[in-house]
Ligand binder design. Structure first.
Ligand code: C5P
Length: 251
């Protein structure tokens, strides 16, 4: 069965003030607090991603604050350590009530299983259990670095596929990958295995530092379950319009 699609806004801001300023702008139209009922109220508030910079600057308080405002949260900390350490850390993160967290699949199946165990212990009191996903290969690692630095001989697509299969075997919910890989990952791991895909740009927006990009509409056709969109929304003149455009193309 296909998964519910959603858009996750990457809140790559330095601190709480900047983040809240942006989210206030997103929910305001022409300086009045005019919110679009369907997308801005209650459970419909945008799904947001908190990354390392913001989390390390502000700590768990930022998670609490955004949850109180009604956002669902993907806490993108990409854990990678020995199984016991990851299990204990995940237990803490699970207690924050986040909706999605991640690890590096390179940590191996045992580490991913431990991550899931810890997360579920931490999230025991929540009815909605958080999703746990894994990063396959960072999109900043190219084929050349894979071979010459990591000494992995197999082609990138085989490595990504194997890491996705390992992730599924460990009982996780899905992977972070490029939208270009979503179809192959679904073919290998099943339609209900989540593909969470950054590298999204509108037809007319700058690629910035992203190399392999797709529009929200193309990502939908490619089978992405979640798109992670940062600058096309956060740096837009009117973030609300950019977010609406993503919704129109992707949902
Ligand atoms: O601004 P932009 O849309 O490029 O933001 C994409 C977000 O997704 C950033 O937070 C980035 O760190 C994250 N990401 C990525 N590529 C990956 C994994 C995460 O762009 N492979």
């Amino acid at each position: 069965m296909a998964n519910d699609r959603d858009i996750i806004i990457a809140c790559d801001f330095k601190n709480t003030d900047e983040t809240i300023k942006f989210l206030d702008r997103l929910t305001r139209i022409r300086d009045e607090v005019v919110v679009c009922d369907d997308i801005m109220s209650g459970a419909g508030r945008p799904y947001v991603k908190i990354g390392m910079e913001l989390f390390y600057a502000e700590g768990p308080a930022i998670v609490k604050k955004l949850k109180e405002r009604g956002h669902r949260i993907f806490l993108d900390l990409k854990l990678h350590d020995i199984p016991n350490t990851v299990k204990k850390a995940m237990q803490i993160l699970g207690g924050y009530g986040v909706d999605m967290v991640n690890v590096h699949a390179a940590g191996g199946i045992e580490m991913m299983k431990a991550a899931k165990e810890g997360l579920m212990i931490g999230a025991a009191r929540f009815a909605d259990k958080p999703k746990l996903i894994a990063v396959t290969q960072l999109t900043s690692t190219d084929e050349e670095a894979l071979h010459s630095q990591l000494l992995i001989d197999k082609p990138m697509n085989e490595v990504v596929r194997q890491y996705a299969l390992n992730t599924k075997k460990a009982g996780l919910d899905g992977v972070v990958c490029s939208a270009f890989e979503a179809a192959e990952i679904h073919a290998a791991c099943g339609e209900d295995f989540l593909t969470v895909t950054p590298g999204i740009r509108f037809k007319d927006s700058a690629a910035d530092d992203q190399k392999r990009i797709m529009t929200p509409a193309e990502a939908k056709l490619a089978g992405s379950d979640f798109i992670v969109v940062g600058r096309p929304i956060t740096a837009a003149d009117r973030p609300i319009d950019a977010y609406q455009r993503c919704r129109e193309e992707f949902l």
